[in-house]
Design a protein around this ligand. Structure first.
Ligand code: SF4
Length: 61
């Protein structure tokens, strides 16, 4: 599974809080997925983070 964050991100930080193994805030304050493909052990938390994003900016493929 691959995770990406699109430009709709409003920089709330929720994804990083829920799943710091996969998401972090970059130097522009936007979230990014920094490990792809997502390790299998982190897939559930990645789904949780995706569901928690208030603007649906996380895309999973
Ligand atoms: S949860 Fe969504 S809006 Fe918030 S930082 Fe992550 S990608 Fe951006």
């Amino acid at each position: 599974m691959f995770a990406t964050v699109n430009s709709d991100c409003i920089k709330c930080g929720a994804c990083e809080e829920i799943c710091p193994q996969v998401f972090r805030m970059n130097s522009y304050g936007m979230a990014e997925a920094y490990i792809n493909p997502v390790p299998q052990d982190d897939e559930e938390w990645t789904h949780q983070a995706t569901k928690s994003c208030p603007v649906a900016a996380i895309i999973l493929e």
